[in-house]
Ligand binder design. Structure first.
Ligand code: SF4
Length: 137
């Protein structure tokens, strides 16, 4: 019997799941240990097409910091993360950048964009930037 243990990461409860191959079930799997339906969906997706939201940084010029935090606007297939990182690592942007601005459109034809996680403005004195940064948290 093919089975896999995993932790559900959909909510902070972190239920311990057991996903068991089950030819008799409509989805092809039975999930145990989940406290809600989202855990069952997560467990089956992890077995069939695992995905992740990717968070990283890109080089930014004319800004107080030299890296801009970015993330994918949605989850992308796990097997494409390495290739996505190669593309993201080749990207350089210039301030100003606004939070949510698209940095890479439709990465790897996934239908998902890479977007700026925060704003970063240029021509700032370092002290002013730190003040804004502390206010934003
Ligand atoms: S199964 Fe439901 S309750 Fe449990 S961690 Fe996943 S989302 Fe949260």
């Amino acid at each position: 019997m093919e089975a896999k243990d995993m932790v559900c990461i959909v909510c902070p409860l972190g239920c311990k799941l057991k996903v068991i191959k089950n030819e008799g079930s409509q989805t092809g799997y039975t999930v145990e240990g989940n406290k809600c339906f989202r855990g069952a969906d997560y467990g089956i997706k992890e077995m069939t097409n695992p995905t992740r939201v990717l968070t990283t940084t890109v080089i930014i010029y004319d800004a107080p910091l030299n890296r801009l935090p970015v993330k994918t606007s949605g989850a992308i297939p796990k097997y494409q993360i390495e290739r996505a990182m190669e593309i993201i690592n080749g990207v350089e942007v210039k301030a100003p950048i606004k939070a949510g601005q698209i940095i890479i459109k439709n990465i790897l034809d996934t239908g998902v964009d890479v977007i700026a996680s925060r704003s970063m403005y240029g021509n700032y004195k370092h002290e002013d930037y730190l003040k804004d940064y502390l206010v934003q948290g």
